[in-house]
Design a protein around this ligand. Structure first.
Ligand SMILES: Cc1ncc(COP(=O)(O)O)c(C=O)c1O
Length: 448
């Protein structure tokens, strides 16, 4: 009997009791390889002794001090470390406890920036269809995944959505990457002009789209064209790297591969690696300067921002990532993982795409490759694969609706950066087993 209101109360999950390296053990004696680090969280795997030590030591020193009264040593050190690994304009850090809080914070920070500069009419936030930015109402409102928004639609504040940059499904057959990127930038500019060129506050985008579309990177030059439109109309560029940041895609910040620097950057999952709930917004000097020169204080805050123990955990995680060169390892092991996926699924009749960057890789399932056709969404192929993979000892992160919020099934892998080659081989093998079992069973039932 459980008293927890579980995600699916009719099928409560197994109880996890122990974690070590890439593996989680459940109370009923099973062992699972954490091939997605939960939701791309556990970048160092489980039970890292140095992070545990850092948390315990901080608990002995100081468990909590409200940021209305104090800063703390681990928070100061962590902010300095993050600034030292970022472009010179991204020099300021605001800590939070979740990715959704970080996104909410960027929207408010941008709004206050415009007001302080004498532009109170700037109120519109523009984001992209298919994106996910969190589940609190503000973050859900700018998210563009129809399935996740539908139930709460009447509660959501106004936000505007342009097309995603998803070449596999939306670049036209005769279009170059450059022409596709230009078309998307024009669509964005057109929307700004329709809303009123001096009324737009932000453009929000995941650098590499994670949960909703499955490791979708932009075409080359896309973000540069978007940045140029933002600059032309005084719009702040917010890049959401809650999932794709902190080394996950093979560079410390995912935006480093795009040749642009955002005005506001969110990061979360790989920041604390799951050892504590922590997120951050990195803020451009011009935003801080405008607020300091104006009212003097950012009108926002939560009880647990800059929590000393969370910052101590994240400081240890980030120090280890730097010391052990794990960003480079994410890049090189990512290539290995891609090669394994290509070997196993490159010719698979039901795999239409293999994509991603670094240790952020996904496959997209199709009912047929030629013609390219997704599965009927009612089959819930992604959910069946998740269950079957767990049965064979693999935790992965499948999702549905990657094409348009309804159609399309994908499976995301995001293993720890310190994974060894052998466990990645095992993970791909288990994923192959799970997919084939589900597809055979589905074909059997439909008589195909
Ligand atoms: C890109 C992105 N932004 C925001 C969030 C929300 O983060 P959280 O679940 O910590 O609130 C997520 C979570 O998956 C995410 O992937």
């Amino acid at each position: 009997m459980t008293h927890i209101f579980h995600r699916s109360p009719s099928s409560p999950p197994a109880i996890a009791v122990h974690g070590e390296g890439g593996f989680i053990h459940s109370a009923d004696g099973r062992q699972f390889f954490d091939g997605s680090g939960g939701a791309a969280v556990s970048c160092l795997g489980h039970g890292h002794p140095e992070v545990i030590d850092a948390v315990v030591q901080q608990m002995h020193k100081l468990e909590y001090a409200h940021t209305g009264f104090f800063s703390s040593e681990p928070a100061e050190k962590l902010a300095s470390l993050l600034a030292s690994h970022s472009p010179p304009t991204l020099n300021n850090v605001y800590f939070l406890s979740s990715g959704s809080e970080a996104i909410e914070t960027t929207l408010k920070m941008a709004r206050q920036y415009h007001v302080e500069r004498g532009e109170p009419q700037r109120r519109h936030n523009i984001a992209r269809k298919l994106s996910y930015h969190g589940n609190t109402l503000g973050a859900l409102a700018i998210g563009g995944h129809v399935g996740r928004r539908a139930l709460y639609q009447p509660l959501l504040v106004q936000a505007h959505h342009v097309s995603p940059c998803f070449a596999r499904h939306y670049r036209q057959a005769d279009e170059t990457d450059d022409a596709y990127a230009s078309r998307l930038a024009s669509e964005f500019e057109q929307l700004i002009l329709e809303l009123g060129p001096d009324t737009v506050s932000t453009f929000v985008a995941e650098t590499v789209v994670g949960a909703t579309a499955g490791a979708v990177a932009p075409v080359p030059g896309y973000f540069q064209k978007i940045r140029a439109v933002c600059d032309r109309y005084g719009v702040l560029l917010i890049m959401d790297e809650v999932m794709s940041g902190v080394g996950r895609t093979g560079t410390y910040h995912a935006f480093e591969q795009e040749g642009v620097v955002p005005d506001l950057l969110t990061m979360a999952k790989g920041l604390g690696g799951g050892y504590q709930p922590i997120a951050a917004v990195m803020v451009a000097d011009k935003v801080v300067d405008a607020i300091v020169a104006g009212s003097g204080a950012f009108q926002h805050g939560h009880t647990y921002v800059g929590h000393p123990v969370a910052c101590a955990a994240a400081l240890a995680v980030q120090t280890i990532i730097q010391r052990d060169q794990l960003v480079q390892r994410s890049a090189s092991m990512g290539q290995h993982l891609r090669a394994l996926l290509t070997q196993r699924f490159g010719d698979h009749a039901n795999v239409g795409d293999i994509r991603g960057r670094g240790l952020f890789q996904a496959i997209e399932l199709v009912a047929s490759r030629d013609p390219d056709r997704p599965f009927d969404p009612s089959l819930q192929i992604h959910a069946k694969i998740k269950r079957q993979a767990q049965q064979v000892g693999l935790l992965c992160y499948p999702g549905g609706g990657c094409i348009d919020g309804v159609h399309g099934d994908h499976v995301l892998l995001a293993p720890p950066y310190n994974s060894r080659e052998g466990v990645l081989e095992m993970a791909v093998d288990r994923l192959g087993q799970a997919i084939d079992l589900v597809l055979n069973e589905t074909a059997g039932k439909s008589g195909t």
